[in-house]
Design a protein around this ligand. Structure first.
Ligand SMILES: Nc1ncnc2c1ncn2[C@@H]1O[C@H](COP(=O)(O)OP(=O)(O)OP(=O)(O)O)[C@@H](O)[C@H]1O
Ligand SMILES: [Mg+2]
Length: 373
């Protein structure tokens, strides 16, 4: 039987746990044309949540356009992606029309190239030489199209990995602000993981999109929700997992949902018909082993002082990394050297501050570091 756990890429259906409140908050705002910014560290489940909310809205008849900004290598590609996804929006109905493509393209001032994928769906493209002004007019026309659709139903533009938008053009945050103001009935949903970048774009008082979007900070799922999910999924996969074993698994790998599902995957694989505590230990060993090369690469890329701080935090998460004892343990000159190393590690999301303690963010990297100690 297939492993019932999944990690690394967005989850849907039975692999998606909890999040009822967040889902309700998000779909209500999407329906009401309210702009939202979703921020969380990597692998908390932003894309899964956005995709589920988008699917719910589409089922209810809304027009949803969802694009991952980080996947677009330049502004012409981004413009082309917006067009392609706008065409596919169920509500628009163009894909059902005989002359859907020309009908659709009549609304745009700049004409794209048209290709077709294996399933016969059109894919729009622009030459890399497309000017920024032309790309901007595509963005404006997509926004206007969504705005027009709000006469009949809600319309939503979802931009995932929005922190990458300035790489495509430093003027884009300002342009989106202007478009959001011009078309208030469209719900613009932006999501991202690099907290400081997202703050600079949307949240702080001098951010270009300040005041346009409601802030939805996505936290991890509660431990009991994840543990109940593990028991349920293990059973669906044909193996029995006691709740105490699930609790132990969540405690070891948590709280990041991706890490919990990753460990659960290995544990499920290691177990027979019944998942026991010793399989949790074995699963952790396997998870560390399978990615040992990656851990070594990440560790090697760090400055020596940062390595010592990380290794020490793997052994003992601490509330006071600037205290004399910690400075001595990591053999740095003084607390400001520790501060500098720590800031770099926090910035790289290798260290996180949780429950008042600094710790290694990735439980598998932490276990790998402890093995070497
Ligand atoms: N609601 C959920 N229920 C169960 N597992 C989840 C849930 N949300 C996320 N996960 C776990 O986290 C993993 C990553 O999810 P997702 O890609 O949605 O996160 P993300 O925040 O978009 O990550 P990134 O910042 O890397 O884009 C999934 O593969 C899954 O293992
Ligand atoms: Mg994502």
């Amino acid at each position: 039987m297939a492993n019932p756990f999944h990690y690394g890429t967005p989850v849907a259906g039975a692999q998606f746990a909890g999040r009822q409140q967040e889902l309700r908050a998000l779909t209500a705002r999407m329906t009401d044309g309210i702009n939202v910014v979703v921020v969380s560290p990597r692998r908390y489940g932003k894309t899964s949540l956005l995709t589920k909310a988008a699917a719910e809205l589409e089922r209810a008849g809304a027009a949803v356009v969802q694009v991952n900004v980080l996947r677009c290598r330049d502004l012409p590609t981004f413009a082309a992606q917006l067009l392609t996804h706008a065409y596919r929006a169920k509500r628009g109905g163009w894909h059902r029309l005989k002359h859907g493509v020309p009908d659709f393209l009549r609304r745009f001032r700049v004409v794209p190239g048209v290709g077709f994928d294996a399933a016969g769906n059109p894919r729009f493209t622009f030459a890399p030489t497309l000017t920024a002004a032309d790309a901007d007019s595509v963005l404006a026309d997509v926004y206007a199209l969504l705005s027009e659709l709000t006469d009949k139903s809600p319309a939503v533009l979802v931009l995932d990995e929005f922190q990458a938008i300035t790489d495509l053009g430093s003027h884009l945050p300002g342009l989106f602000k202007a478009l959001a103001d011009e078309h208030p009935r469209v719900s613009l949903v932006v999501a991202g993981s690099k907290k400081h970048l997202m703050e600079r774009l949307v949240i702080t008082a001098d951010a270009p999109l300040y005041g346009t979007a409601e802030h939805l900070a996505l936290d991890v799922l509660p431990a009991d929700v994840m543990a109940a999910f593990l028991v349920r999924r293990a059973r669906a996969g044909g193996k029995d997992m006691q709740r105490t074993v699930a609790d132990r698994l969540v405690e070891l790998a948590g709280p990041v949902p991706n890490d919990i599902q990753h460990l659960a995957y290995e544990v499920f694989d290691a177990a027979g018909a019944v998942v026991l505590d010793r399989h949790v230990a074995e699963g952790l060993r396997l998870a560390v082993e399978h990615e040992a090369g990656l851990h070594a690469d990440r560790f090697e890329a760090l400055a020596p002082g940062q390595r010592r701080v990380l290794a020490q935090l793997a052994l003992t998460p601490t509330e006071q990394p600037l205290a004399a004892a910690f400075v001595r343990d990591v053999r740095l000159a003084n607390s400001s050297s520790v501060r500098k190393a720590l800031d770099a590690l926090l910035d790289e999301e290798l260290v996180s501050l949780r429950d008042g303690r600094y710790r290694v963010a990735d439980p598998f990297l932490a276990a790998w570091l402890r093995q070497g100690a």
